[in-house]
Design a protein. Structure first.
Length: 259
């Protein structure tokens, strides 16, 4: 599906994977709405992108905030792409030295990573269903939209201390197929990317020796993944009409150890 002349929503668009994706979609001719926290650099990113870029401050778990982003997108052009990059990677043992982890910790991670992703998905899909189908190519398969969600390799091989994170990302993987099946009649695809160890702002805050050690654990290429590589996969998913209902590992063949 061609994105030029359409609108796209990217959550977590102020940095990392979301920023790279927003830049890619904008360069492809899309009108881009960046939905990120007020404390993010989303406003700066939108200003840097210039025309066809808008920042909406908000929380993915808040229905009104997400609807505001959807409305902003549909006012610019038909909404055809939504990419969920917003999330948290809080870690902690279930039972540590001070006893069981606070239940609020588990609830927070699930709420942001899983419920937030579902919240954006449902509202974006509802808007996409009101758009006119477009062909992927002359005589090609008609489509209304594509939703790309972000899981993690932790959904498959989570480490000690990642019970909440793995559960949240496992939920994103598990809802991919039923969402794709439900939206098929509306000509909307749903695909999930499960990144490995990526160069994100959180990772950048770690000592260089730690980053090098983590990169060395990746079989090939033996380095951290780049946000541009995530964005490139989003670009291919959007353009390839046969990709649907699948979760794709983007990890250089890494399989995480227990700790």
């Amino acid at each position: 599906m061609q994105v030029s002349g359409s609108s796209a929503i990217v959550t977590g668009g102020g940095s990392g994977l979301g920023l790279a994706t927003a830049r890619m979609l904008h360069a492809a001719g899309a009108h881009v709405v960046l939905l990120d926290l007020p404390s993010s650099k989303g406003a700066e990113v939108a200003a840097d992108l210039g025309d066809r870029a808008v920042f909406v401050a908000g929380d993915v778990t808040n229905e009104e905030n997400v609807q505001a982003a959807v409305d902003a997108a549909t006012q610019m052009a038909p909404l055809r792409v939504a990419v969920n990059c917003a999330g948290v990677a809080d870690a902690g043992r279930t039972v540590g030295r001070e006893g069981p982890v606070a239940l609020a910790h588990f609830e927070k991670v699930i709420r942001i990573n899983l419920i937030g992703t579902f919240n954006v998905t449902r509202l974006a899909a509802a808007a996409m269903m009101n758009t006119e189908p477009i062909g992927t190519e002359p005589g090609g398969t008609p489509e209304r939209g594509v939703i790309v969600n972000t899981a993690s390799v932790a959904a498959y091989d989570g480490q000690i201390g990642q019970a909440a994170y793995s559960a949240s990302k496992g939920g994103v993987v598990s809802m991919t197929l039923p969402l794709a099946r439900e939206f098929a009649k509306s000509l909307i695809r749903v695909v999930t990317i499960a990144p490995g160890i990526m160069e994100t702002p959180m990772m950048a805050g770690m000592p260089q020796e730690v980053q090098d050690s983590l990169g060395a654990q990746v079989p090939h290429p033996s380095r951290l993944g780049r946000p541009s590589e995530y964005a490139a996969l989003v670009e291919h998913i959007v353009s390839n009409p046969l990709l649907n209902g699948e979760s794709i590992r983007l990890d250089g063949a890494i399989r995480m150890t227990a700790k």
